[in-house]
Each structure stands twice: as C-alpha cells, then as structure tokens.
Design a protein around this ligand. Sequence first.
Ligand SMILES: Nc1ncnc2c1ncn2[C@@H]1O[C@H](COP(=O)(O)OP(=O)(O)OP(=O)(O)O)[C@@H](O)[C@H]1O
Ligand SMILES: [Mg+2]
Length: 427
Amino acid sequence: MIVAIMAPRSGKTSGLAIPAILSAPGPVLLTSNKAANDAFTATVDARAEVGTVWALDPQQIAHHPREMWWDILADARDLAGAKRLAGHFVAASVDESSGSDFWSTAASNTLGALFLAAASHRRPITDVLAWLASPADRTPVDLLIDAGHDAVAAQLQGTVSGATETRDGIYETARQYASCLLDPEVAAWVTPNRDLPEFKPLAFATSRDTLYLLSKDGGGSASAIIAAAADAVMRAAVIVAERSGGRLDPPALCVLDEAANVCRISDLPDLYSHLGSRGVIPMTILQSYRQGQRCWGEAGMDALWSAATVKIVGSGIDDADFADRLSRQVGDHDVQTVSVSTSEGGKSTSVSMRTERILPPDAIRALPKGKVLLLATGLRIAMLSIRPWYKEPSAKVIGPASARATKAITERALAKTVGHDDLGLSA
Ligand SMILES: Nc1ncnc2c1ncn2[C@@H]1O[C@H](COP(=O)(O)OP(=O)(O)OP(=O)(O)O)[C@@H](O)[C@H]1O
Ligand SMILES: [Mg+2]
C-alpha cells in the first residue's frame, strides 16, 4: 500500500505511476487530470495488448470517444452506498474543513436520499437532477417509501416542507455539488446505454483490463464521478477477493495519480486498511503532505500516512515540520571530529565524537530530482534513485507509442473544433 509525496514536475507520473502500470500483472486503474504525454498515452498501447482498455473521460481530457458506460447508481441501492456516493460529490467540491458545516451536511443528506430514491427504482441519474431542480416534486419521497426506506423518506419530506429559505439553501448547495451532471455529455458516461458495453467493477477485478479515469480538477469538474468510480472498483475488488479465498491473484493496481485533485475519496484512509490484505494495491500520489491534509483533514492524512506500508518522499518537500519529522526518523550518527591545538609544549591532537542527523531537514528539502526516500515497514529509511520509464530500455517502444497516442488526442481535438466550425458553433 503506497503513498507517494513529491513536488510538482518531480517525476511522480514518469517515475512511479507509469513504471508501476507497465509492470502490473493484473487489472489496473489510473486516475489522472492529464492525458497527452502523461500516464494515459505512455501505457494505453501496452495495456491494450493484455486486456480491454476502458476510458471514462467525461470532460474529454483525452478526447476519448464514449465507448462505455458505468452505472454510477449501482452501489447506491442501499443507504450506505447512496451516502457514500453523495459524499464523493461533496468532497469533490469542498475541502475537508468545510465539508461538515450545516449546509454541506444537509445537502449531502438530501443528495444521498435522492440517489437512493433513483437507484432503488433503477431510475437514471438525470432524474436526480430533475428532482434537485424542483424540490416540491413528491416523486422521490414516494419512491423511497415504495422501496421501504421510510425513515429516509421522512427526512427528505422534512427538508422539503421546512422553512423555504432553509430548503432553498440546502437544495442550492446540493445542486452545486451535483452540477457536473447538468452537462449531458458528462451524464451520458454514467447513464445506462443499450448500445455500448457496460463497465462492470466486479468483472474488472478478475480481468487484466485497464480503466482510465480522467477529469479536470476542482469544483464543478467531473472529479466526483472519477472518485466514485475508483471507489466502486476498489470495493468490488475487495468483494471479489473475499469470495475467492481472500486475495486477488494477480493483484489489482490502483494508481490514484493527482489523488487530491481528481480522486477525493473521503474514507480512503479507512479503505487502505482493507485493501492490502486483499491483493488490491493502492498507490496514492500527492504533491505535499499539506495537500493531503486539505483533502482528508489532519487526522485523516495521518491515518493514510500510517496505513501506507510503503511511503515515498521525493524532492521539493517544502514543509519544514514534515522535513524535520522525516529527518528525525532517518536518525542520527556519530561523527568523529579531530581538533588540533598548539601550545608551548608542541602540537596536540584530540579526537571527539559528535552526534549529528544523518540527513538534516534542509538536505531532505533539497533532495535532488530523481532521488526519493523510501519508508517501508520493517526497514531502515533508504534513499533510492527512481527510474523513470523514459530511461529504461523499453522506452524505445513506449516513447513512440506515447507520441502516437498523444498525436491521436490532438487529432481528435482538432476534428471536434473543425466539426464545430462547420456548424458555426465556435466562437
Ligand atoms: N519522455 C520524457 N523524456 C525526458 N524527460 C521527461 C519525459 N517525460 C517527463 N520528463 C521529465 O520529467 C519531469 C517530470 O515529469 P512527470 O510528469 O513525471 O512529473 P510529475 O511529478 O508527474 O508532474 P506533475 O506534477 O505535473 O504531474 C518533466 O519535467 C520532464 O523534465
Ligand atoms: Mg504527474
């Protein structure tokens, strides 16, 4: 179970994500906010040789044609699943610190109730948007009662018939959280479609397929969908592992590149403790410890950090406390100092021992690019050189493949703008 912290442009994707994907023996999941000349292009050809490539690209990061759909409501048919799905939409929009105020909590509960109403009657996610737009619509309350969720129905009814300002505030907040689904191009990826193959997380766990989850960052982006899909895949993998003797063999690799930007799974720290013993290998890649704290809170980030059995810290660590903590963990060593003094009787030499940090905090902060500290359970901290894919012999094949895939993205993007010109749609 891996957590890596390395500054921007320090080789996280080329030195960690891509080599891990290229050598993965089983299914692979990748989250990312980049496509061209990044992990997607460098691995898509190689992965297509071993299994099916699924790309969930709702915001067209790779301009990938929509060749699949995934049922975002599949896990929302019980209350816990519906709440978790609502949680992904909240986490994608607000930082952990403001995710628990009144409006966020109320909006999250409302979203969860609407997801449950839709999911338990196999209604599409677009129905949830319609209900969000008209709070007075009684349909979701009736559907919840029909499905036996009386308590949730009563709670939703309470919100709807409460003070108008409160209700409108809650619904407006919920609409903001779910705003990415307003774009029909985005919603189409997670809405049932008879003409396209459905991505099924349970089947994926025992395949050698690859799922690319791509999204822009920040509020209003489709990152909630990315987080929900990654969460669904990891949970499905655990279920399959439990059914088949405890472990997935070969293991599933889940690379959460840009995790704090596009894959904010709020209970990732808890999830970590379930994954390792099940043959599901998570690799969470962050830019700084602080970025993790903003996403999971201080306690959450500490929990994630301690749940990771392999911790990687690279160059550009700008956090003095974190650098000092690491320096203390690397430990001390005794240094011999020789001092020479001259007196009337002649020269005398004395040798003394002094205790010094092996790696002082400033040296950690100035780690050169390509060097990382490895903190693995049961081992002393080691300094490693990472080997980016482009310095490996296989770069002869991967390099041109990545260039081809990048060119294909550009061509697809151009084809679209040309299409728009023809229709007179471009600015
Ligand atoms: N194919 C390549 N050939 C040579 N150098 C490369 C290649 N790909 C990346 N690099 C170098 O590696 C550096 C880091 O790239 P990489 O994308 O792996 O970093 P990152 O930490 O993932 O960055 P980001 O924070 O933007 O995601 C780049 O600035 C570039 O100098
Ligand atoms: Mg990167």
